[in-house]
Design a protein around this ligand. Structure first.
Ligand SMILES: [Zn+2]
Length: 216
């Protein structure tokens, strides 16, 4: 059992097809898990109850505390990860070539990510992630939302540099990175059920077998 204090955001770094990541997590050989998976169309699947440890962050540290899985909720956002420009499009690490027909692809760089091409998140994904994070932050009185790269520096670079972290923090935590406090948090209709059973607000709920020892 865990008491979640914050959220760690991930990219699936995999194919965009709906259900692809969820079915991978449900396989026995997957040694990783996350609480939620957010598809390109914004639909959300819950894989692990919020009060149970999921295996998403691996070796990680936040404010001097290691093992972030022990105090965070992990959200996987479907995204192919870093892309390389190639003939006819942009190639992912898993050799699939994407074009603008698959998503908005842009050059971006940060000191954490280096230079590269990345596929933008869909508006539906950002909306879903924002609503979920707002509801979770309120429910658990959370104090952080961090990308995986921040807690596993040098080892991970998800989420990608196009992710609107400040926007998300402003709405979900009531503050952005600029430290300006917002008077009100966004009021969200999403309701969360942290026990087993149906989750109001989730399109679909699937409980994967719990696994240990993994790392994503
Ligand atoms: Zn990750």
């Amino acid at each position: 059992m865990i008491k979640p204090e914050g959220i760690i955001l991930h990219d699936t770094a995999g194919r965009l097809d709906k259900g692809n990541c969820v079915s991978w997590f449900l396989k026995k050989e997957a040694s990783a898990s996350a609480h939620l998976v957010v598809e390109r169309d914004g639909s959300v699947t819950q894989m692990v109850p919020f009060n149970i440890k999921a295996w998403h962050a691996g070796s990680s540290i936040l404010d001097g505390r290691s093992g972030c899985n022990g105090f965070s909720i992990g959200i996987e956002i479907v995204n192919p990860g870093k892309l390389e420009k190639t003939e006819g499009g942009y190639r992912s690490w898993f050799k699939k070539v994407y074009t603008e027909a698959d998503g908005d692809i842009r050059a971006a760089s940060s000191r954490y990510h280096g230079d590269g091409y990345w596929m933008d998140y869909t508006e539906a994904q950002i909306n879903s992630v924002t609503d979920i994070c707002s509801a979770l932050a309120t429910k658990y009185d959370m104090n952080f939302i961090e990308p995986h790269w921040f807690v596993s520096p040098g080892r991970k670079r998800d989420t990608n540099p196009l992710f609107p972290l400040d926007h998300l923090r402003t709405f979900a935590l009531g503050r952005g990175d600029n430290g300006v406090e917002r008077v009100e948090k966004r009021v969200v209709a999403t309701s969360l059920n942290v026990r087993g059973g149906a989750g109001i607000g989730f399109e679909k709920m699937e409980w994967g077998p719990l696994r240990g020892g993994g790392d994503s």
